[in-house]
Design a protein around this ligand. Structure first.
Ligand SMILES: NC(=O)c1ccc[n+]([C@@H]2O[C@H](COP(=O)([O-])OP(=O)(O)OC[C@H]3O[C@@H](n4cnc5c(N)ncnc54)[C@H](OP(=O)(O)O)[C@@H]3O)[C@@H](O)[C@H]2O)c1
Length: 226
């Protein structure tokens, strides 16, 4: 994961408002990252709507409660999403966007945090005997990330994320740049025996995000993404 010292603050026009979308926000690093983003927005005088994605509703509700303490006035949307069940991901994504739109909150820029992931079976490749098990880990660690990133980028371009009831977004402002964050691992660049599924998935994710960064690099994009 990369860090940034960029300030998410008050622009010349109004207080910046971010939509922060976190996969696997029910516990662990996903919860910690959501709280860290909320604290950072609070420190910078910015506002936020958080979309928490995952399967464990209770865990995500607990994260939402913690977000209230980190960023007073934060709007939280808890949306069930099983990233290992690809056929249902787009429907869950659209449901989250409907909630965002009906919240009536303006959004200037969005941050997608691709956090969910799984170690999968910890065995040498020669002992991986279940195709279903291999496929399910690759689906969660790689395919779902490509799919959700595509949904995010298409929704941005369609104007379904930024904008909102209380005024136009800060389009074409460097402050209004959206971001995609990949939670990676040392396993993306170093081989660890018995972690083939995890290492391969993290390496693939790193390259996916490098390609997306190149694709979205045009300085005149209507909805810039970094
Ligand atoms: N912990 C570490 O030391 C470490 C180090 C480097 C990188 N990472 C990376 O950090 C990320 C989070 O790791 P963690 O340690 O916080 O793991 P964790 O505590 O096991 O949490 C995993 C998260 O992924 C979500 N998830 C799992 N299966 C899912 C599914 N089918 N659909 C949607 N969400 C799903 C879980 O949410 P639900 O159960 O609610 O679905 C949970 O919030 C992973 O990408 C991991 O590879 C972790």
């Amino acid at each position: 994961m990369c860090s940034t010292k960029k300030s998410f603050g008050v622009s010349a026009h109004h207080t910046m408002r971010f939509a922060v979308i976190v996969t696997g926000a029910s516990r662990g690093l996903g919860r910690a990252l959501a709280i860290a983003f909320a604290s950072r927005l609070h420190a910078d005088g910015a506002e936020g709507t958080f979309i928490l994605l995952g399967r464990d509703g209770t865990g995500m509700e607990n994260t939402a409660t913690l977000l209230q303490a980190a960023l007073p006035g934060v709007v939280t949307i808890v949306q069930s999403m099983d990233l290992a069940d690809l056929d249902t991901v787009e429907g869950s994504w659209q449901a989250a966007l409907r909630e965002l739109q009906s919240s009536g909150q303006r959004v200037d820029a969005a941050i997608l945090v691709n956090n969910s992931g799984s170690l999968g079976e910890l065995k040498p490749v020669r002992e991986l005997t279940s195709l279903a098990s291999i496929s399910s880990v690759v689906t969660l660690n790689v395919t779902s990330v490509i799919w959700l990133t595509s949904l995010f980028l298409r929704s941005l371009r369609a104007g379904a994320i930024v904008g909102g009831a209380s005024g136009p977004p800060l389009a074409h402002s460097s402050a209004a740049t959206s971001h995609i964050v990949n939670v990676s691992s040392l396993c993306a660049v170093k081989a660890f025996p018995s972690q083939s599924l995890y290492c391969a998935g993290k390496a693939a994710r790193d390259m996916l995000h490098a390609v997306v960064a190149d694709e979205e690099a045009a300085p005149d994009a209507a909805f810039p993404v970094r």
